[in-house]
Structures are given as structure tokens and as C-alpha cells.
Design a protein around this ligand. Structure first.
Ligand SMILES: [Zn+2]
Length: 213
């Protein structure tokens, strides 16, 4: 008979006796009053870059949407299935988050795939290939740069992807209006998995630097 994975059940038991037990009141209050997260995080699916872990956040603090390569697609009211846009709509219109953080990370498999311009589709649907089309012009430009090493190209596209997502966020009328009114701020961040360093994007220049703590 099929069994629910033991490592997940063990983790759940630890959670119940640990964190849930310690924060029972908080969970109860959140259940009764509803969530009021202050920040929407758009992050990668990568198992090594969980926003709640990196920002040390408790329940109810972050509204998180994760997809391959932490991308925000542009505003496309075409009736198709847009999961990231749906999460954005809810976060901005209903939860009224004050900040949106697009968080990329080092050694991103999605970005690596985008840079592999001759890659064969993984399946007939070619979902990753189609999704990474959002970065195709940038990937082609970076790939044609002979001066950069492969590692530098990868990092460059990881950061372009963050800037692209922020530009695409601004194609949504609700984001544009709230940002102009000073009620919403857009941020970029990049997490280095091996060192744990967090790099933050300068809103004016688009450059990344380590924040002063
Ligand atoms: Zn990734």
C-alpha cells in the first residue's frame, strides 16, 4: 500500500511539538482574524532558497509565490491561467501588502536552462522552455558576451531576471497606481546559497550590493 513519506510525517511531528506548540496563540489569532502579511515575496521553487527560512519569518508574515526562476510575467489579461498574476492580484488588492520582494538566488537551474539556448525540451509540453522565453532576449545577449565566464553569465542573468520581474510588475495597473501613491514599494534581492549572503538591488541603478546591517 502507498504510504505518506515518513520524513514528512517526522517533520510534521517535530513542527507540532516545537514551533506550533510554542506559537499556538499566534496560529489561533491568525486563524480567527485572518492573515495580514506585510510583504509579497516572489521567489524560485528551488529547495535551497525558501523565503520564510532566509528572512526568519513566522506564520502570517510573508505571502509567498514561488515559480521557476522567480519570474513575474507581464500583465496579460487574456483569459489564460496565470498563477503568479493571481497571487499578485490577491496580495495587492486584498491583503494590501506594502512591499513586494523579487528574490533570485545563485546556481538557479531555471536560469541555467535559459542560458542553454540549444537545449532540447524536457517533455512534449516544453513548459520550462516556454516559461524561460520571458528571459530569452536577455539570455541571448548575455550568451553572446565573450568576456564573461559561464559563472559570470549565470549570475548576470539571475540579476537581469530580478530586474525584468520588477519591470513586469510595473505593467500591472494596480501596482503602478499604488507605487505612484507611495503605498507600495518594489524591491529586488539575490541570495547566495553557498555563503548565505543576501544582495539587495538599488532601486535607482539596478545594481546589487550587500546591505549595511
Ligand atoms: Zn532558481
Amino acid at each position: 500500500m502507498q504510504r505518506f513519506p515518513d520524513h514528512l510525517l517526522n517533520g510534521y511531528n517535530n513542527f507540532m511539538s516545537g514551533r506550533f506548540n510554542e506559537q499556538q496563540q499566534r496560529y489561533k489569532a491568525l486563524a480567527e482574524k485572518g492573515q495580514q502579511p506585510h510583504t509579497l515575496v516572489i521567489a524560485c521553487c528551488d529547495s535551497r532558497s525558501a523565503p520564510e527560512t532566509i528572512f526568519d519569518s513566522g506564520p502570517g508574515e510573508l505571502f509567498v509565490v514561488r515559480n521557476v526562476a522567480n519570474m513575474m510575467p507581464p500583465y496579460e489579461p487574456d483569459g489564460h491561467y496565470h498563477s503568479t498574476s493571481a497571487a499578485l492580484e490577491f496580495a495587492v488588492q486584498v491583503l494590501k501588502v506594502r512591499d513586494i520582494v523579487v528574490m533570485g538566488h545563485g546556481r538557479c537551474g531555471g536560469i541555467k536552462a535559459a542560458l542553454d539556448l540549444d537545449a532540447e525540451p524536457l517533455s512534449p509540453g516544453d513548459f520550462i522552455g516556454r516559461w524561460m522565453h520571458l528571459l530569452k532576449p536577455a539570455a541571448e545577449q548575455i550568451q553572446s558576451n565573450d568576456i564573461m565566464t559561464p559563472g559570470e553569465r549565470q549570475r548576470a542573468l539571475e540579476r537581469v531576471s530580478i530586474r525584468n520581474s520588477i519591470a513586469n510588475l510595473r505593467t500591472f495597473p494596480c501596482v503602478q497606481i499604488l507605487e505612484q501613491r507611495g503605498k507600495l514599494q518594489l524591491h529586488g534581492a539575490w541570495f547566495d546559497i553557498s555563503s548565505g549572503e543576501l544582495w539587495v538591488m538599488d532601486a535607482k541603478t539596478g545594481d546589487f550590493a550587500r546591505p549595511g546591517m
